[in-house]
Design a protein around this ligand. Structure first.
Ligand code: PRP
Length: 185
């Protein structure tokens, strides 16, 4: 369905069909790798990962739980501040029984995922793995590679499928490159 947000998109980078294919492929890999896991927890990192996490949940055939954390790494603009702050922590007493799979919409500098993986290990999780739908390898500042990756993308400002600019565009069903005129005002 066309929305008035479409006019702010320069190019569609990943179509709805491609996203369906990629999320299905990752869900199949998770199904395979966690088939014997007793307590898989998909840890959705708010807010950008909510759509991707939902898609993965729908496509998994093995049992899984969902949980949430919220961190901040970006300021209000388009660049990373380089800091990771926990805004909402995971609140559970059975972490030592949980196989945590951290779900991110995008890995950029790598700071958020590397910090969270270490944080959850130190907090006592039974196991910790990481999954990112989009990867911008050219932006990496720390040496970190997620266990599951959807697609590598160029260093463009992308929105849609959960990703925002100033809290807008998360609802777009595709990943699009935002017109620079939108954020260069
Ligand atoms: C984005 C993304 C990751 C992080 C990745 O979140 O969801 O959490 O930035 O960047 P890094 O690899 O440089 O650490 P953002 O701060 O935009 O918050 P949001 O998900 O609430 O939109």
């Amino acid at each position: 369905m066309a929305t008035n947000m479409d006019q702010d998109i320069q190019t569609i980078l990943v179509t709805e069909t491609e996203l369906d294919r990629v999320t299905f492929r990752i869900a199949s890999e998770i199904d395979r790798d966690y088939k014997d896991a007793e307590h898989l927890v998909l840890l959705c990192i708010l807010k950008g990962s909510i759509v991707f996490t939902g898609e993965l949940m729908r496509k998994l055939t093995i049992p899984s739980e969902i949980d949430f954390m919220k961190v901040s790494s970006y300021g209000s603009g388009t660049t990373s501040s380089g800091r990771v702050n926990i805004i909402l922590d995971i609140m559970r007493s059975d972490l030592n029984e949980c196989d945590i799979l951290i779900i991110e919409d995008i890995i950029d500098s790598g700071r958020t995922l590397s910090y969270l993986a270490e944080y959850l290990r130190l907090k006592g999780a039974k196991s910790v793995k990481t999954c990112a739908l989009l990867d911008k390898p050219s932006r990496r500042e720390v040496d970190f590679q997620p266990d599951y990756i959807g697609l590598e993308i160029p260093d463009e400002f992308v929105v849609g499928f959960g990703l925002d600019y100033d809290e807008r565009y998360r609802q777009l069903p595709y990943i699009g490159i935002l017109k620079p005129s939108v954020y260069e005002k």
